[in-house]
Write a protein that binds this ligand. Structure first.
Ligand SMILES: C[S@@+](CC[C@H](N)C(=O)[O-])C[C@H]1O[C@@H](n2cnc3c(N)ncnc32)[C@H](O)[C@@H]1O
Length: 146
């Protein structure tokens, strides 16, 4: 399991179910913090999904993260470097950046990122699935490099 601090940042997510599933995945893989920006998700609604109620170990922050002393990596659809080349990134203080369900990571956020990852798929993945796949892959890379 993670020996380092890896964080996740969702740019302006739209669906509370995705946020909940991201929090759940992050808790499963031993992360501590999830950032999300925007005001499209209302956490005070009547039926809050289980993922947002259960995993108290995840600090959920509705704000843009500071990228100071961090290594922001954009995870985006497109022709970016493929995931399997990224074992060297595990030494860094990674913050994984994801775009919204109905858009992409905007250019002002992309320009702050040091690296870019595309998961090689035929169609864009669901946001929460994308986070899970990436965390699984990074976890496997870390296990195999110990
Ligand atoms: C549902 S996707 C956005 C779909 C996009 N607007 C489109 O239809 O081309 C939401 C976010 O998931 C991530 N994502 C989805 N599929 C991905 C992939 N194959 N590789 C990397 N990131 C992906 C990206 O961060 C993306 O901004």
């Amino acid at each position: 399991m993670w020996k380092r601090n890896i964080e996740v940042f969702l740019y302006n997510p739209k669906y509370i179910e995705n946020l909940a599933n991201v929090v759940r995945s992050c808790a499963c893989f031993g992360l501590n913090r999830v950032y999300y920006s925007g005001d499209r998700i209302n956490l005070n609604q009547k039926r809050v999904p289980r993922g947002l109620r259960m995993y108290k170990e995840i600090e959920l922050i509705n704000n843009l993260p500071s990228f100071n002393n961090k290594y922001p990596i954009a995870v985006e659809v497109g022709d970016y470097t493929r995931l399997h080349k990224f074992s060297s990134l595990l030494e860094k203080n990674i913050i994984l950046v994801f775009g919204p369900e109905d858009g992409n990571i905007p250019s002002h956020i992309l320009s702050l990122c040091f690296d870019f990852i595309t998961i090689d798929t035929l169609h864009p993945l669901n946001l929460a699935n994308c986070v899970s796949i990436l965390l699984y892959k990074l976890n496997e890379i870390e296990k195999n490099t110990q």
